[in-house]
Write a protein that binds this ligand. Structure first.
Ligand code: PBG
Length: 324
């Protein structure tokens, strides 16, 4: 048989395949999310996220040192707020001595070069488990934005490199940028969760932080997963309002959105490989139905191929070991 072109030539050996690979993963692609708890020497496995833990700050600092030595350059902080500190204003979110603010300081003191990003949304602090302030059954926009500005400034004061608003209120990126400028925080970045969908895949995360909404759902602020053009609109508006990085979330069911946003904006795009995606791989691997290591690398590579410059993932450490 005569063939002018034989595509299998480029797939013939591992060496050739690696020479022509279009996408490769490196440790600096990853953002490692960390769940932080009050107390000392506390390490609690999250039931729906096997082998992922909520740690007290002393253990977190050790882990961050270890991650830095492995080549991971960025962490994204989440804290578990004590029940008695939760209310409908979310005011614990901007407490100078709050767990988040203490964590930022401790991590920056221990590993100054580590890029520290912080989640900005009221849900862990809200007695209603919503990302914003509740009035009646409504999650009110403008008052929530004011709270998010205070929260962001307090994170910047504590030393955060980037604030990462994950709340999906309107106008929050512009307001946070202005707040940071007004306070002189001209070096603090904003990674906007621009296209954040109302997803069932956040379940395990809400277990981790005990932050499930007490009533209703998040559909009046997080996006409808039926929509694509709306994601581009959100991302473009966030860039206009001053976002340095835009994010798409969740990851795997939204690879088309990652590509769409990547093609539309002139800033780096990140994707969040969220808790439910982690849980699915862990569960199938536990059943012996898939090879966990291969599933991790294939999944993370798909994000980069789709156009993500950065990947927030609970597999950051596993992935660095696997690609090492
Ligand atoms: C809170 C927040 C959520 C996640 C990140 N920030 C949950 C939510 O919106 O309910 C989800 C992360 C994950 O599932 O891994 N604003």
């Amino acid at each position: 048989m005569y063939l002018q072109r034989r595509n299998r030539i480029l797939r013939a050996t591992p060496a050739i395949r690696s020479l022509v690979a279009e996408t490769t993963l490196t440790p600096s692609d990853f953002i490692a999310p960390l769940f932080i708890d009050e107390g000392v020497d506390i390490k609690t496995e999250i039931a729906s996220m096997p082998n992922y833990y909520r740690n007290s700050l002393d253990i977190t600092v050790k882990e961050v040192k270890e991650m830095w030595s492995m080549g991971i350059k960025c962490v994204l902080l989440f804290i578990k707020c004590k029940e008695e500190l939760k209310d409908n204003t979310g005011k614990e979110a901007w407490n100078k001595n709050g767990l988040m603010q203490r964590s930022i300081k401790a991590i920056k003191d221990a590993v100054p070069e580590m890029v520290v990003m912080t989640d900005v949304a009221l849900d862990p602090y809200s007695s209603f488990g919503h990302d914003g302030i509740v009035k009646g059954t409504e999650i009110v926009n403008d008052e929530t934005v004011e709270a998010l500005v205070k929260m962001s400034i307090s994170h910047a004061q504590a030393g955060a490199d980037f604030v990462a608003p994950s709340d999906m209120m309107d106008g929050r990126i512009g307001a946070i940028r202005k707040g940071l400028e007004d306070e002189g925080f001209t070096k603090t970045g904003i990674m906007a969760y621009s296209a954040k969908y109302a997803s069932c895949f956040y379940g395990p995360f809400r277990d981790a932080l005990d932050s499930a909404p007490g009533f209703g759902d998040k559909k009046t602020y997080q996006m409808n997963y039926a929509n694509r053009i709306e994601a581009v609109k959100e991302a473009l508006m966030d860039v206009e309002e001053g976002a340095d990085i835009v994010m798409v979330k969740p990851g795997l069911p939204y690879l088309d959105i990652v590509r769409e946003v990547k093609d539309a904006v002139d800033v780096p795009v990140s994707v969040y490989n969220i808790s439910g995606e982690y849980a699915m791989i862990k569960a199938a691997a536990k059943m012996g139905w898939i090879d966990e290591d291969k599933a991790i690398i294939e999944t993370l590579t798909s994000f980069k191929r789709a156009g993500a410059d950065l990947i927030a993932t609970y597999f950051a450490r596993d992935a660095v070991k696997l690609i090492g």
